[in-house]
Design a protein around this ligand. Structure first.
Ligand SMILES: O=C(O)C1=C[C@@H](OP(=O)(O)O)[C@@H](O)[C@H](O)C1
Ligand SMILES: C=C(OP(=O)(O)O)C(=O)O
Length: 745
């Protein structure tokens, strides 16, 4: 065999769309020495040769008996129920050294055929399924590009020889397909839902309408929707009949599931149940949008530029100034809580200014997964149809909250009070973060909650436990822990009190009151009592001061800058960044101060003034906890030394933020070092270089703004997670004057 070739001869039995396309693709790419077609009808053989799809063709496989051996591949591409006949013929005349594979859409029935004919699982027959069908069929539809970037699922049998599996794999890869392996039964169950059911529905729908006496009109006026939905009803009828019959049990259960759901929807329409119809449609839309994004390799935020699966790098040119008036997206902490409390309320809550970032969307999805009807988000507007404190339903699987610590910890409190079991999972970063800080006090309240090793996610929560209120002395200043326990307190017998070692963001308390729920505060202790209810309300979410921080610091370090950030939340428990920048000498002006929905907001203007190093007061640390990565850039650009202490919590965020910032600043030529609970940073000249964000959104954005004062270009690696909190960051950064290039790979 010529070593440049991937296989020797390729024999395609059945020269339709699937077989003809592999033949044409192999010919075009020089994958094999010769392509031979086998078809039942002589005219198909002639057309295949005339079209250049195969080199030669025959109606009899047996004619090839003498010439095939090791290195040759036979691809069986006939309707599923004909495979058995072809296999029997092959067995009777071809050498056991020949590799045989197929393209049937159902694998269980073909496996049974193989076993019946060979009396076991032979080495040479490797089953496969190219997921690249189309409504087109026949030799004229053969397309040499059909398999490019499509998936081929191989379902090897135990008896298969490694050489045969490898040969089939390499053949598919050579026509630019992606090869995956799956178990036969799993394949058939997955395909029953994703492919066989939609085909059954499309055929049945068109057939139903075609029988209608008004069908002429229906087809004449049926525009895009009908056409889009029923495209696959033009697929090959024999092939699909065979698929339905050979995958009968899995197809039947998929049809039953669908019929039950359609009947439920019918009932909702009959009862004019607008809320639940909205529920079905919004859940479906969200799932379909996510799926569309998945197909285009994006994660589920509509507005996001980046995605979690690909590598995104920011290249930021040095210099520039920062100018303009902008509004950054909605507050992340308040966005999470608006969905949570809106869902647990009675009535319909309208939210404006909702953050359409991955973290807040993860919370939204979790509540949809628990049966809450949520419309939007659409330009920051979300409508939550509350189900009341006891109206959540058991989710059908684990609740995945991505990168979001807030979602996981606050949800843990709510879920501890439910009757059903639940599981909370997250991405790689979240899976490393400590959860005992909520799991232990929840257990003390009587919750049955299990973590993985060392208190890490996933969290498994056994519902139905009777919770009891406790008085909890919080060992760390954490709004997430406080909020988790207060939310669990809504379900606990008696009073639940949390005492905080220092003030932390109080959005939960404010919003609970906004929903008409009594929350008491005495000194450092916050108390709720169960037995109340939440009443729906409208929420206007201010711009996120944590996102605004990147532009405040950008202007604060760059001579000539003048920036105004509008409608920013200035809750006293969040304004540490303003206090710290003021202490460093920044020129900050607040105007237009007002209150929206229980939260104070203002426009913030910052004009450049030289910064000086300070000892950051520990009292400010919890009030600026997420702002430290950016503040450490400010410190690097200040005159003198900045000392940060009491900030050990930074080590357990999306990454160890102390170490990540010290590593990056050191790379950029700043003298600095980490301490156990903070850092010491000497102001100096930032140089250019390549820094790592460790997939942490705030680290990525901090090093982006650092370039304004750097002497060379800064490259920031792994920036996809910026979309968790600030989906339009790069757009706003460019708008105000940062020379940023986004590189995806
Ligand atoms: O309650 C919240 O919304 C948050 C609290 C803080 O976390 P800790 O409670 O862990 O300090 C903060 O870092 C996080 O971004 C949001
Ligand atoms: C720490 C953060 O978020 P979370 O804890 O919700 O992941 C953050 O946004 O900086």
């Amino acid at each position: 065999m010529n070593t440049a070739l991937v296989i020797n001869k390729l024999v395609v039995v059945g020269i339709g769309l699937i077989g003809g396309s592999l033949a044409a693709a192999c010919k075009k790419r020089g994958v094999c020495s010769e392509v031979i077609g086998v078809a039942r009808r002589a005219e198909v053989c002639e057309r295949a040769v005339a079209n250049g799809v195969v080199d030669r063709a025959t109606t009899q496989i047996s004619e090839l008996a003498g010439e095939l051996g090791e290195g040759d591949v036979v691809f069986i591409a006939v309707p599923t129920l004909t495979v058995k006949k072809v296999l029997a013929e092959i067995k009777s005349c071809l050498s056991p050294a020949v590799t045989i594979t197929d393209g049937a859409s159902v694998k269980g029935s073909v496996r049974d055929d193989v076993v019946a004919i060979y009396g076991g699982e032979p080495s040479q027959v490797v089953l496969g399924h190219p997921i690249a069908g189309s409504e087109k069929s026949g030799v004229d539809a053969a397309d040499p590009e059909l398999y490019v970037d499509h998936r081929i699922i191989l379902t090897p049998l135990k008896g298969n020889g490694v050489n045969h599996i490898e040969r089939v794999t390499k053949m598919w890869q050579a026509v630019q397909a992606e090869v995956l392996e799956m178990d036969v039964d799993e394949h058939d169950a997955v395909l029953a839902s994703t492919s066989h059911l939609p085909h059954a529905i499309a055929f049945s729908l068109v057939d139903t309408l075609a029988h209608d006496h008004q069908n002429e009109n229906i087809f004449r006026y049926a525009a895009g929707g009908f056409r889009d939905f029923t495209r696959i009803a033009s697929s090959d009828a024999t092939m699909w009949r065979d698929i339905m019959l050979s995958n009968k049990p899995a197809v039947l259960s998929a049809i039953d599931m669908f019929v039950a759901n359609l009947t439920r929807l019918r009932g909702m329409i009959e009862a004019e149940d607008a809320t639940n119809i909205t529920g079905v449609f919004t859940r479906a839309k969200a799932a379909r949008d996510r799926f569309t994004n998945m197909l285009s390799h994006q994660a589920y935020s509509k507005t996001m530029q980046e995605n979690a699966h690909s590598h995104i790098v920011y290249k930021v040119a040095p210099g520039g100034t920062v100018q303009g008036t902008i509004r950054v997206p909605g507050d992340k902490s308040i966005s999470h809580r608006s969905i949570m409390l809106g869902s647990l309320a009675e009535g319909v809550t309208h939210v404006e200014g909702f953050l359409e970032g991955e973290d807040a969307l993860a919370t939204l999805q979790a509540f949809r997964d628990m049966g809450v009807v949520i419309e939007g988000p659409e330009d920051g507007r979300v409508t939550v149809h509350g189900v009341g404190l006891h109206g959540l339903q058991a989710p059908s699987g684990p609740l995945y909250v991505g990168n979001s610590g807030t979602s996981m910890r606050l949800l843990a409190g709510i879920l501890a009070g439910q009757k059903f079991e639940s599981e909370l999972t997250g991405d790689e970063s979240l899976t490393k973060r400590p959860m005992n800080r909520v799991a232990l006090p929840l257990a003390e309240m009587g919750a049955s909650i299990a973590t993985a090793n060392e208190g890490r996610p996933p969290l498994k929560i056994h519902g139905g436990a009777a919770l009891k209120g406790i008085n909890y002395d919080m060992p760390m200043a954490s709004a997430q822990v406080k909020s988790c326990l207060l939310l669990a307190g809504l379900y606990a017998e008696g009073k639940t009190s949390v005492t905080e070692p220092a003030p932390t963001r109080d959005h939960t308390e404010r919003m609970l009151r906004g929903f008409g729920y009594d929350v008491q505060r005495t000194g450092d202790t916050i108390t709720v009592e169960s037995g109340g209810k939440l009443t729906a309300t409208d929420i206007d979410i201010p711009a996120d001061i944590s996102s605004a921080t990147f532009f405040l610091v950008a202007a604060a370090i760059t001579p000539g800058s003048d920036i105004t950030l509008t409608h920013v939340g200035i809750n006293p428990t969040r304004i540490g960044v303003i206090n710290i920048l003021n202490l460093m000498g920044a020129n900050i002006e607040l105007s237009n101060e007002r209150e929206v929905g229980g939260e104070p907001v203002a426009d913030i203007r910052l004009r450049y003034a030289p910064l000086k190093g300070i000892e950051v007061p520990e009292s400010q640390v919890p009030l600026a906890i997420d702002e430290f990565p950016a503040l450490m850039v400010a410190a690097a650009c200040a005159e003198g030394t900045t000392v940060i202490t009491g900030a050990e919590e930074l080590r357990v965020k999306e990454t160890d933020r102390i170490q990540a910032m010290i590593d990056g600043l050191t790379t950029l030529g700043i003298k600095c070092h980490a301490t156990e609970d903070g850092a010491i940073i000497e102001g100096g000249q930032l140089g250019g270089g390549e820094v790592e964000s460790f997939h942490d959104h705030r680290i990525a954005m901090s090093f982006t703004i650092a370039a304004l004062r750097a002497s060379g270009e800064i490259t920031v690696n792994n920036c996809a997670n910026v979309s968790t909190s600030f989906p339009n960051f790069t757009q706003l950064a460019k708008q105000v004057g940062i020379s940023l290039e986004v590189i995806r790979s």
